[in-house]
Design a protein around this ligand. Structure first.
Ligand code: OAD
Length: 244
């Protein structure tokens, strides 16, 4: 239940959303939590059960490619079974009336399945493999065998994700910076905001005078800096924000 001052802030946030045309959104694993996809750092999070150094670095892949692939295949199967939730759909709906760019750290592809079209995937996409030689991308089939090989040049392919120690795809990150730089309103949903450079995008928008809204049931390093914080799940937060 919102108290009077939170209700006033919510009304202000709704009004800002209504009057803003240029909107930049940053999503993290939390937005897909209600779709049954585990986050990384929270309760039941992947990094509580697995070590990133063993599974999500170029060194881990060089050491044991099949082990790394098995882990990504397991996560791919979770993603295949998952469906977008109402928060994904609400963002796709908002894109129809706003100049909205959706920047996601997620590799699950659920934003696209929900109908969003202007998506910048900062950390890649788990449903694709990338050729180690010619960089060609192939869509993974449900029962793909390990390791997958490139459909074009037949070299071994790796998961199409960004690992720790690797640079983000520069062109995509450049577009994300531009979107947050130009945004009148920035919305940050379901990220612990501890992984750079994604976490700094919201600050960039704030420095340029954007109105900053966060939706997250837990506080993050961004929380003290935002104009309005909705401390709830992504689906409920979007519902409150859109007044539906
Ligand atoms: P984290 O697991 O670090 O953070 C998930 C956030 O979602 C937390 O702040 C939770 O409080 C919040 N959360 C949990 N349930 C939620 C819900 N139902 N609705 C809204 N929020 C909820 O995930 P990310 O911030 O996405 O990178 O992590 C960033 C990057 O770190 C990932 O892309 C991944 C990881 O290591 C790579 O693998 C390169």
């Amino acid at each position: 239940m919102l108290n009077l001052s939170s209700l006033k802030k919510l009304q202000e946030a709704r009004a800002k959303l209504h009057t803003s045309q240029k909107i930049a959104v940053l999503t993290g694993a939390g937005i897909s939590q209600e779709s049954g996809i585990p986050t990384f750092r929270g309760q039941g999070g992947l990094w509580r059960e697995y070590r990133a150094e063993d599974l999500a670095t170029p060194e881990a892949y060089a050491r044991d490619p099949l082990l790394v692939w098995e882990w990504y295949q397991m996560r791919f199967h979770t993603v295949l079974r998952a469906e977008p939730n109402s928060a994904h759909y609400a963002l796709a709906e908002l894109e129809k009336t706003k100049d909205l760019i959706l920047v996601s750290q997620n590799v699950d592809g659920l934003h696209k399945r929900a109908g969003s079209s202007r998506i910048l995937e900062l950390h890649g996409n788990i449903t694709l493999s990338r050729c180690e030689r010619c960089l060609h991308l192939d869509e993974l089939k449900e029962n793909f065998s390990l390791p997958p090989f490139c459909s074009r040049c037949h070299a071994r392919a790796r998961p199409n994700v960004v690992w720790f120690g690797e640079a983000l795809p520069q062109a995509i990150f450049g577009q994300a910076v531009e979107a947050f730089h130009n945004a009148e309103l920035a919305l940050v949903i379901g990220t612990s905001a501890v992984v750079e450079p994604a976490a700094s995008l919201a600050l960039l928008a704030k420095e340029q005078g954007a109105y900053l809204i966060e939706i997250n049931p837990e506080p993050t390093p961004l929380s003290p800096l935002v104009n309005f914080s909705l401390m709830t799940t992504a689906s409920q937060g979007m519902q409150l924000l859109l007044g539906k």
